[in-house]
Ligand binder design. Sequence first.
Ligand code: FES
Ligand code: FES
Length: 169
Amino acid sequence: MTNRHDVTLQINGATQRISVEARKTLADAIREDCGLTGTHLGCEHGVCGACTVLLDGQPVRSCLMFAVQANGRAIRTVEGLAKGDTPHPLQQAFMDNHGLQCGFCTPGFLMLACGALEAKPDMGEEEMVHVLSSNLCRCTGYHNILKSVRAAAVAMRNDTSPSASSEAS
Ligand code: FES
Ligand code: FES
């Protein structure tokens, strides 16, 4: 008897069919079964936010979900942000504003900010600080992360290129 379950994930617009144990987290399935290791694992219990991905457009901590719970859902990871050689405005802003040092927390911050800004492109400063405060960074002191997201918000509002739009295909 097997306790494996067939799960279909739509990740960054591509269909991934995997077979996982019921206890496997979405984070582990993304990394181990789908080969997308850009999603990082830090605390593995919902505190740091390094594992943040978008689930049907909403930022979620993928270490707190089982892969089976994501069956049939649309997931976006950091690998889906850039369009070819063109970085997403958030990625460009993090580069331009020194929003990362070691980079371990960065995929989580990028996906958190991406979901938040797509839902609310004109988000105010106070709300932006509140949203970003859910993830942890051990390097940057947060100022440059906030500066990066602030700059990306402006770029995303002004940018009509495909890299700035939500994942549609
Ligand atoms: S690894 Fe998921 S919140 Fe820390
Ligand atoms: S850049 Fe190192 S943990 Fe954030």
